[in-house]
Design a protein around this ligand. Sequence first.
Ligand code: NAD
Length: 262
Amino acid sequence: MDLGVKGKWALVCAASKGLGKGCAAALAAEGVNVVITARGLEALHETAAELRRAHPGIEVRPVAGDITTAQGRADALAAAPQVDILVNNAGGPPPGDFRHWSREDWLAAIDANMLTPIELIKATVDAMAQRGFGRVVNITSAAVKAPIDTLGLSNGARSGLTGFVAGLARQPKLAGRNVTINNLLPGPFDTDRLRKTVQAAAAAQGRPQESVWEQRRLNVPAQRYGTAEEFGAACAFLCSTHAGYITGQNWLIDGGLYPGTF
Ligand code: NAD
């Protein structure tokens, strides 16, 4: 299927690795020019080179910086002539017990996983509406639907973003101008982040890492972890011309892990 987005410009945040990289690669494969951001220079430039090699017909602009800062966002926005597609992503907050979290810990989580996407949406959606096309995809977490107690900072901050998006996406001045805003909710995907989480859980339980990894894998009805490529494919579809009637939605991609009917 031709997704109909060739030649458009996407800003994909936190995209040197993992799910963000999967989204950038899937969009690049559709002929979308991409601005990709990350904090670490080395992985960012490797990913940019990989995308250019695979898709010589598009422009790939890497921007190093912390997307949770005003400077990081300004640099990312300045690198694209216009933003037709915005994929919001940033590292997730650390796990822990809420009894140990300070106000600063909360503010950092809210900044990264709620206010940063809101700032980038604010900077881009009205121009998208003027041009009559826009797609925003926020990478959140399955924890929005099925909270994980040790990830309270993530549950809280991402739920705030989800509530905000639910209202904004339904504004006729956006939805009525072919601007959609949706959230993708990953369950367990095989990325650096998941491997670090499993490593920490194994150390806390005094168990071998491999056994925790296998136990979690078998917990998923699909009997496997998701891949960044399949996450990217779902993102690219939501960004396509075919998905203009899908807005304000929360798509779980979790191999069947969430047990509810709705
Ligand atoms: P990852 O660690 O594999 O990759 C994270 C990417 O984000 C890297 O490119 C890193 O450089 C970049 N990054 C992190 N913080 C940044 C910042 N402040 N500014 C710019 N770039 C930044 O992680 P992932 O597994 O791809 O996770 C992506 C998001 O999805 C995270 O918020 C994570 O909490 C969430 N998530 C992941 C899973 C999973 O199973 N992998 C499940 C649920 C939610």
